[in-house]
Design a protein around this ligand. Sequence first.
Ligand SMILES: Nc1nc2c(ncn2[C@@H]2O[C@H](COP(=O)(O)OP(=O)(O)OP(=O)(O)O)[C@@H](O)[C@H]2O)c(=O)[nH]1
Ligand SMILES: [Mg+2]
Length: 291
Amino acid sequence: MQVQWYPGHMAKTKKMLREHISLVDLVIELLDARIPHSSRNPDLDAIAGDKSRVILLNKADLAAPVITKAWLSYFEENGHAAIAFDSRGKAGLSKLEELVNRLTEEKRQRQKARGRTITLKAMVVGIPNVGKSTFINQLAGRAGAVTGDKPGVTRGRQWIKAKAGFDLLDTPGVLWSKFEDAAVGVKLAATGAVSDDILDKVTLCEELLKILSEINPKSYLERYKLPDLNMDVGEPVAGGNAASRALLEKIGIARGFKLKGGAVDTERAAITVLDEFRGGKLGRVSLERPF
Ligand SMILES: Nc1nc2c(ncn2[C@@H]2O[C@H](COP(=O)(O)OP(=O)(O)OP(=O)(O)O)[C@@H](O)[C@H]2O)c(=O)[nH]1
Ligand SMILES: [Mg+2]
């Protein structure tokens, strides 16, 4: 499955990020904790240059805690300040504040020495639907930015005061024009960064089931109360993967999704599995490890 999604506004957003980078003291890069590798925009290094950066593994409530911990060590070993976060709660706030203070220490000291009030500006960036606006609202303690359960909600930049002397720039989600491999596109689509309107949901769901069968078959076996099928993922066949298709049909049967005439409604099964995976109903599942 080849996913390529680069709506016109994304090139404009990239230009806007480049234009605004000199105004900020800090970049807060939100990654999806379930796919920290696939959700990293390779264009960001060139845009952010040597600006201080915090990596925030957002939606950590949906990812496997042990694997998130391994990712945090991985980023720290590679010289990046990183924290895990659930933007719908307040758990990581004090740790984040500590980190921001550490990274902006020099500027704050300089302003203090000159008797100025401290002002810090941070740009919040990340792929569509990763939770940028939700994160900003959490920090600000009010719903200043529009959020939504689909990619492409934020369309323009917006400054939001998180607290006195700390302003955050909300930005539209950006992807990059070419994914390095097809698996990256599949993971971005499965976690909700790519609009479902451009995708064949059955194929996407089969691809997701193929990944889950390799890393965590318990996630769907328990959710859909299936016996261990001991599935062999096998070679891809035309129209998808035979084992994943068989699995999707079993899920459809388990849920009683039937078409007129009695065939299994695989489309409805696919929509259900994708929704439930995205909503965390298959448990806390990370699709990528740092090793
Ligand atoms: N479970 C969970 N859901 C989250 C978290 N952060 C955000 N969400 C949900 O993810 C969806 C997208 O959130 P937004 O804040 O609109 O995402 P965004 O990155 O601003 O998206 P765009 O503006 O479209 O680029 C919403 O349904 C949020 O409730 C999180 O940490 N955990
Ligand atoms: Mg947004």
